[in-house]
Write a protein of this length. Structure first.
Length: 335
């Protein structure tokens, strides 16, 4: 688990200089918001975020949170910036629309305005889940849930771009709950480090659990999870941290013949899809990607003969702490 940042080690001196300047900006921004009153959205807000760049599992955890709120009898909506969005479309937004179609979305950099516009049309909305909201301190929230990825905690590293931190790890003190994601088991050392920064141990430990594999180009029938073992794959991802996904394929016995990694939030083109399909044909393998990737790939894929496109759907599975998180949500939304 390396806390080294996204840049090649040869750029380390420049990266640390940039991180120093970035840190000055982060502290100035924090001081500014410390003097301002956050904006009330008119309904309780639950934020799901992190202190590090790259994927920490926010999308499946937001889906789980919406489900938990619905089970409490609430009617949540998701508010998100929508990275690289166009007209309310982005990879995460499209994945939410596909996997939880009953939950409305407010997409836009101005989350106050986008939520207000959505609530004018949807008067049943009585709570908001703020996707990637920990640094979005303009909006008042009833509960801040911060995720720490067990495969790359980043909390002992440097600020971007020398490390992965978006703000100092001491910012965990602001969180209402810290939840560890992508954990194989509880880790006493990581728990102690989080407690030293946050003031309490992690409220829960979770892992990403594959729920099904959708098949495109072969009749649309799901691929049984147990069929991964021994099968050949070309993994195609555009994630902040793709290593856990590829590792899971291999742990299930899959044979990864090519690992094609694109930048996070990459806008796949027809040429990208053709390149991926070409690798699959060359290795006599199926293409395997995440739901976030497929939300963009599906628009450019031409399903040529001999190529299967497989999409992994995953959810959050609690190793411990689920009742505590549900109770925190209940209390946060209580009148």
């Amino acid at each position: 688990m390396s806390d080294a940042g996204p840049l090649h080690p040869r750029w380390s001196p420049l990266a640390h200089a940039a991180a120093f300047l970035y840190g000055l900006g982060v502290r100035a921004n924090g001081a500014m918001w410390g003097l301002r009153s956050p904006v009330q959205l008119g309904v309780p807000v639950v934020s799901v975020g992190n202190v590090s760049a790259g994927g920490t599992g926010k999308t499946p955890f937001v889906r789980w949170t919406c489900g938990a709120l619905s089970q409490l009898g609430r009617h949540p909506a998701i508010a998100m910036r929508g990275y690289a969005s166009k007209g309310g479309a982005s990879d995460e937004a499209d994945e939410y629309r596909e996997t939880i179609p009953g939950v409305p979305l407010a997409v836009g950099a101005d989350r106050v305005a986008s939520v207000a516009a959505l609530r004018r049309d949807r008067t049943d909305i009585d709570c908001i889940v703020l996707d990637d909201g920990f640094q979005h301190r303009r909006v008042a929230r009833a509960l801040d849930i911060v995720l720490v990825d067990a495969t790359r905690p980043a909390i002992d590293g440097a600020l971007l771009p020398a490390g992965w931190l978006r703000e100092p790890a001491s910012a965990l003190r602001r969180a209402g709950l810290v939840v560890v994601t992508r954990a194989a088991r509880e880790d006493a050392a990581l728990a102690a480090r989080i407690e030293s920064l946050h003031g309490a141990p992690p409220a829960a430990w979770t892992r990403h659990a594959w729920t099904r594999i959708e098949r495109f180009g072969a009749g649309g029938r799901d691929m049984p999870l147990e069929s991964v073992s021994g099968a050949r794959f070309v993994c195609a991802t555009a994630l902040g941290n793709p290593a856990p996904f590829v590792a899971e394929v291999e742990a299930r016995g899959g044979r990864v013949r090519a690992d094609l990694r694109f930048p996070d939030h990459h806008a796949f083109t027809r040429a990208d899809a053709d390149r991926i399909a070409g690798e699959a044909r060359r290795h006599d393998a199926a293409v395997l990607c995440t739901g976030k990737d497929w939300a963009k790939l599906r628009h450019v894929v031409q399903a040529p003969a001999g190529v299967e496109w497989l999409v992994v759907r995953a959810g959050i599975e609690f190793l411990s702490g689920e009742p505590a998180v549900r109770e925190a949500l209940r209390r946060a939304l209580a009148p």
